[in-house]
Structures are given as structure tokens and as C-alpha cells.
Design a protein around this ligand. Structure first.
Ligand SMILES: NC(=O)c1ccc[n+]([C@@H]2O[C@H](COP(=O)([O-])OP(=O)(O)OC[C@H]3O[C@@H](n4cnc5c(N)ncnc54)[C@H](O)[C@@H]3O)[C@@H](O)[C@H]2O)c1
Length: 241
């Protein structure tokens, strides 16, 4: 984490899912360091509330809990996500449905269910977590690639609908970040890790804090006129052939 900006998010209330690990955990830490009160949710890890974000009704409950605990809701970061390699041939329906349920449907429900509270805020912020995978495709990642394209489309539509209420909505698209999600792939396929290290003009993989710091900026007043964007935070990997 870069130096916190104490007080930048003072008085703001945030809800972060997927906060038990990786990018979500780093985001919760950074938002707190900047002064926000953060309600953290995940199936595992050290969070305020253990929950699976996929059952119908749970997202409304999580929003209600955050509002009750902190007296309102200003910032929403749906970060819970899943990814694994599955070849298309023999790809079972259940895995595809599960990826869509976590990466897309749960994000949609959380945003929808947070709208009344975010409308009350004078600083409503939604940051969805897409991927560079919404720019290209890759073998074995049909479910993940489909889900991240969907998150980008959702972000753009929601930004148009919630703009009149002063709520900004952006989709941060990380490059390859060292988290438990990528750890297994990097171990199984070291060439995959080397590929991403070399592809980034900055010459390294990203760290969760590289993403969290940008999220905190997007949640601040400095980003008040920035909305409806999908953008890469990838060390310029997507700018290189
Ligand atoms: N790591 C990367 O290179 C990378 C790149 C682009 C996008 N992303 C996205 O960033 C987000 C965070 O990923 P990460 O890399 O930190 O991975 P991670 O595995 O470290 O964290 C994801 C968290 O989501 C939680 N989660 C998964 N399913 C859940 C469910 N049904 N209910 C509640 N929690 C659930 C997991 O328990 C885990 O703690 C994901 O949306 C991922 O797609 C990651």
C-alpha cells in the first residue's frame, strides 16, 4: 500500500465483498486507512461477515447490515470472484453457471440492492472489478472471459442510470495480480507468469495494493467526474503487442 491519505474518506461507509483475500482484502485495508468505515464480506478469511454472495436475498441482507452498522452506504466494491481453467469440450453447465452466479449475478444484485442507500449518499461510488480479459479471449477461460465482459457492460449501463443521482460507477480492469487466484495457475504454468511479467511495460506482476490504491482514489472526491469507464490497471500490458 502506498501512503494512506488519512481523512480522505472520513465519514464514508463502504461494503467490500471478496474481502477475505487478495484484491478485496487490500481494498478494505486501504479504504480503512483513508478513513472509511468498511463492512467486509467473504466466504472465508478474516472479515466482518462470512457469506456466500450467490443465494437470492443475501445481497439485500448485506447492504442492510452495512447501513445499520455504519448509518448509511457510500461505497460499494463487489470484489468476490472466481476463475479456473476449463476446456470448452466437456465444460459442464454447473461450473459455467457458478462463475456467472459469483462474477455477474451477485454483482448485479448487490448493486441493485444498494441503490436506495447510495442515492441517500452525496458521494455514491461503485467500483466493479473486471479484467483485461474483457479486451481479449483465452483458451480454457470461456466462463471467466464471458463473465468479465458482462461486468464491463453492466458497469456502463449502471453508470448511465445512476449518474443523475450523483453516483459514479467504474470498472477497474486489473492485469495479472499476485493473489491466491493466480497462484495456482502460476505454479502449474510458470510460463504464464513469465509471459505476464514481460508483457507489462512496467516489467512486473501487479500486487493487490496496486489495485486497491486506485480503487481508493476512485472512491474519493478527486474522482467525482469520472464515471462509466472501464480501464486497465496492468502496468501497460494491454498497450503492447
Ligand atoms: N488476480 C488477478 O490477476 C485478477 C485479474 C483480473 C481480475 N481479478 C478479479 O479480482 C477479483 C478478486 O480476485 P483476487 O485475485 O483477489 O482473488 P482471490 O481468490 O484472492 O479473492 C477472491 C475472493 O472472493 C471470494 N469468493 C469467491 N466466491 C465467493 C462467493 N460465492 N461468496 C463470497 N465470496 C466469494 C473468495 O473466498 C476469495 O476470498 C475477482 O473478481 C477477480 O476476477 C483478479
Amino acid at each position: 500500500m502506498s501512503d494512506a491519505t488519512p481523512g480522505r474518506l472520513a465519514g464514508r461507509s463502504a461494503l467490500v465483498t471478496g474481502a477475505g483475500s487478495g484484491i478485496g482484502a487490500a481494498t478494505a485495508a486501504r479504504l480503512r486507512a483513508d478513513g472509511a468505515r468498511v463492512y467486509t464480506v467473504d466466504m472465508k478469511g478474516e472479515v466482518d461477515r462470512h457469506a456466500d454472495v450467490t443465494p437470492p436475498g443475501i445481497n439485500a441482507q448485506l447492504v442492510a447490515e452495512a447501513v445499520t452498522l455504519h448509518g448509511g452506504l457510500d461505497i460499494l466494491v463487489p470484489c468476490a470472484g472466481v476463475s479456473a481453467f476449463h476446456p470448452l469440450e466437456g465444460h459442464d453447465d454447473a461450473y459455467f453457471d457458478m462463475v456467472m452466479a459469483v462474477n455477474v449475478t451477485a454483482v448485479f444484485r448487490l448493486i441493485r440492492d444498494a441503490v436506495p442507500a447510495l442515492k441517500q449518499s452525496r458521494h455514491g461510488r461503485i467500483v466493479t472489478i473486471g479484467s483485461t480479459m474483457a479486451r481479449f479471449g483465452d483458451a480454457g477461460l470461456v466462463a471467466y472471459g464471458t463473465s468479465k465482459h458482462a461486468v464491463l457492460g453492466m458497469t456502463r449501463s449502471v453508470a448511465c442510470e445512476l449518474g443523475p443521482f450523483g453516483i459514479t460507477v467504474n470498472c477497474l480492469q486489473p492485469g495479472a495480480i499476485e493473489t491466491p487466484m493466480t497462484e495456482q495457475a502460476f505454479t502449474q504454468m510458470p510460463q504464464f507468469k513469465t509471459y505476464w511479467e514481460n508483457k507489462a511495460a512496467l516489467g512486473r506482476l501487479g500486487q493487490p495494493e496496486d489495485i486497491a490504491d486506485v480503487i481508493a482514489f476512485l472512491c474519493s472526491d478527486d474522482a467525482r467526474f469520472f464515471s462509466g469507464q472501464g480501464f486497465f490497471v496492468d502496468g501497460a500490458a494491454m498497450q503492447r503487442q
